[in-house]
Ligand binder design. Structure first.
Ligand SMILES: C[S@@+](CC[C@H](N)C(=O)[O-])C[C@H]1O[C@@H](n2cnc3c(N)ncnc32)[C@H](O)[C@@H]1O
Length: 250
């Protein structure tokens, strides 16, 4: 059996009791932290009482048959994932590949940025399509997150921006970098969709020493949100209860 085990949002103690019990009985335990930030692997090894093998992006994307999908022997295998395992397309792809190889799999869910973002007071069912902001490189500067924002704004929906992670370089996009990127795209598109006045909510470390701050983009650009992970929300049309909740973070 291959178990996808969610570690939850912050540290080694966010795993569920079921997740920890399953992890303890697995023969081989892998973890990946390139789809999301995770703090302390050593602490988790202590809790689990076993060694955890850390996989890099290329291990899982290019050669999963050499690790999680090896599928030999009677022992159970676990893949530990920060947040919820099914909030990342990579793991759904792995589950499909496991099916093709006749490997049975199960998911042990955990808390996720997708539900925790409700701590801002914004109603989860009023979020539109999620946008992912990536670090631009020489010939790559995707502007699709701006288009997603435009679509969501048209229908009054909130937009959650997930921010790029370059785990191997220990580089995690900040709220400030995300706002700068959106302002940069605005300079190209010139539709006044995202300006220094646009109301934003900067969010850091949900589930840990959380920081949530609401304000115009220009103000949040100067705010220090501290350690990763960060995400950003641009609200759509606000219900009065959402406004009351957001006032807490003003
Ligand atoms: C690709 S998503 C993976 C989500 C994860 N599997 C989950 O269920 O939460 C990773 C991005 O979500 C956001 N994120 C994840 N955990 C967060 C947290 N605790 N606080 C703020 N943002 C978070 C960050 O923008 C991060 O780069």
């Amino acid at each position: 059996m291959l178990y996808f085990i969610g570690l939850g949002l912050h540290d080694a103690k966010d795993i569920s009791v079921k997740g920890l019990e399953t992890l303890k009985k697995c023969d081989t335990v892998y973890a990946e932290f390139y789809t999301n930030y995770f703090g302390d692997l050593k602490e988790l090894e202590k809790l689990a009482g076993k060694e955890i093998i850390l996989l890099e992006r290329k291990d899982l994307e290019e050669r999963p048959d050499e690790n999680v999908l090896k599928g030999q022997g009677p022992g159970d295998v676990a893949l530990l994932v920060s947040g919820d395992p099914m909030v990342a397309t990579t793991h759904i792809d792995l589950a499909l590949r496991a099916n093709k190889k006749g490997i049975k799999w199960r998911v042990i869910h955990a808390s996720s940025v997708y539900s925790a973002v409700g701590e801002t007071g914004l109603q989860i069912y009023k979020f539109g399509k999620t946008a992912s902001l990536v670090y631009p490189s020489k010939n790559y500067f995707p502007t699709s997150p701006y288009d997603i924002l435009a679509e969501n704004q048209k229908t009054g929906l909130h937009t959650l921006f997930l921010l790029d992670i370059k785990a191997e370089e220990k580089r995690f996009m900040t709220v400030n970098e995300a706002i700068s990127l959106l302002l940069e795209i605005e300079k190209q598109k010139k539709t006044r969709l995202f300006t220094p006045e646009t109301l934003c909510i900067g969010i850091a470390r949900l589930g840990g020493d959380v920081k949530i701050k609401k304000g115009p983009a220009a103000d949040l650009l100067k705010e220090d949100f501290g350690k990763p992970p960060h995400c950003l929300v641009v609200p759509g049309k606000l219900h009065y209860i959402e406004e009351e909740a957001l006032a807490l973070f003003g």
